[in-house]
Design a protein around this ligand. Structure first.
Ligand SMILES: NC(=O)c1ccc[n+]([C@@H]2O[C@H](COP(=O)([O-])OP(=O)(O)OC[C@H]3O[C@@H](n4cnc5c(N)ncnc54)[C@H](O)[C@@H]3O)[C@@H](O)[C@H]2O)c1
Ligand SMILES: [Zn+2]
Length: 356
């Protein structure tokens, strides 16, 4: 196997390895033999990814000696719902997967979240491996063990924590990603740069990656792994990873999930940076620098929705968690902090960040 594969250990319970590099999907069977018994692997993927990569994954698993079955659900965030989850769970039962078998989530964040949640629920939890195929799932969603589906009331409102047994991130998959979907992943990577790493942020400032994607993915995963190790269940530090997401999730919901997650997070990040500057929590020119970087990468820096509509959408989720909202505020590129605000403070904060 190639030496150019990078690996990052995630020391959660259980611990696992994230492997990043070229050619990993056609080797997935061999590689999973290291972490799984010879079991039944149910590959769950979506209707766009299936024709691209499903056959290679199945062949590799079969060659390595696994029993393999597969289930394809319709692509898109609009299908990250109960109906699709129920289809996956019924499929796992009909395929007679047992507690020692495994789900393989092949695809972007939607496949990862939904197949991961199915694995967490089925028989009260079976193994799951993540095979991310978008930049977004590579830099963010495949690592950390959060799984979820959306409810009518909001994003990711039903879910579970389930750390994967392994993550294999084949960077060759990025070649088939349309530019707008590459940009979605750039949004989460730029978010990571704002959180912890100015040089990572700078990779995106001229709009063309100067480092190899392996390098960018590794840096994002290494940062996220450290945060998740220290706060697996998001009781403190892990909330930092939600930078841009309070407003981002509200934008997704207002759009009926037609605006992709990464684009919504980009707008949410630009808005909270402008709010922070306007309200004196940080100093110029951080908001302009973040907006310029997002725009260079084909991402939005604002939204057509009103502050009222966004606050309503955000509060529909947040009220369920009790009185306060924890926002993530950029202090400078590479450093952010958590700030608790009350539900009544949210509307003026969002309003302060909207352009014009
Ligand atoms: N669990 C977490 O920690 C976490 C973190 C961040 C985001 N998320 C979730 O991830 C989701 C967004 O992920 P996403 O942007 O990957 O969305 P996605 O899974 O919907 O993928 C975007 C589109 O790209 C297609 N696609 C996937 N791989 C492809 C490839 N290699 N070539 C061509 N097309 C391909 C998919 O079929 C889909 O149509 C959201 O639901 C978000 O809430 C979860
Ligand atoms: Zn996100």
């Amino acid at each position: 196997m190639s030496d150019s594969i990078r690996t990052i250990q995630v020391h959660t319970r259980p611990a696992y390895t994230v492997s990043i590099g070229s050619g990993l999907l056609p080797q997935c069977g061999q590689r999973l033999r290291d972490v799984l018994p010879l079991c039944h692997v149910a590959v769950i993927t979506d209707s766009t990814v299936a024709p691209l990569y499903l056959e290679a994954v199945k062949q590799s698993l079969l060659t390595a000696g696994f029993t393999v079955s597969s289930y394809v659900f319709p692509a898109g965030e609009a299908h990250k719902n109960f109906e699709a989850l129920s289809g996956i769970l019924e499929f796992l039962a009909e395929a007679h997967l047992t507690r020692t078998d495994c789900v393989a989530a092949l695809g972007g964040g939607v496949a990862g979240d939904m197949a991961g949640f199915a694995a967490a629920c089925y028989l009260r939890g079976i193994h799951c491996v993540q095979l991310p195929t978008t930049l977004l799932s590579a830099v963010d969603s495949s690592v950390g063990g959060k799984t979820a589906i959306d409810l009518k009331a909001g994003k990711n409102l039903a879910g579970a924590f389930l750390q994967p047994a392994a993550v294999l991130c084949d960077t060759d998959c990025l070649a088939s990603l349309p530019a707008a979907m590459f940009a979605d992943g750039a949004a989460e990577a730029i978010k990571t740069g704002v959180l912890c790493d100015e040089s990572l942020f700078a990779q995106f400032e001229d709009g063309t990656l100067t480092a190899a994607p392996e390098e960018v993915i590794s840096r994002c995963v290494a940062y996220k792994a450290g945060v998740v190790e220290r706060d697996e269940k998001e009781q403190g530090e892990r909330r930092l990873l939600n930078l841009g997401h309070t407003v981002g999730h509200a934008i997704e919901k207002c759009s009926g999930y037609t605006i992709p997650h990464g684009h919504a997070v980009a707008a949410g990040l630009a808005i909270i940076a402008r709010s922070a500057e306007t309200l004196g929590w940080t100093e110029a020119p951080i908001a302009a620098r973040i907006s310029a970087c997002l725009a260079k990468n084909g991402l939005p820096t604002g939204t057509e929705y009103s502050a009222e509509a966004l606050a309503d959408a955000a509060l529909a989720d947040k009220k369920r968690a009790g009185g306060d909202i924890t926002l993530v505020i950029p202090r400078r590129i590479g450093l952010c902090q958590l700030k608790k605000v009350t539900v009544t403070e949210l509307l003026p904060i969002i309003a302060a960040g909207l352009e014009g």
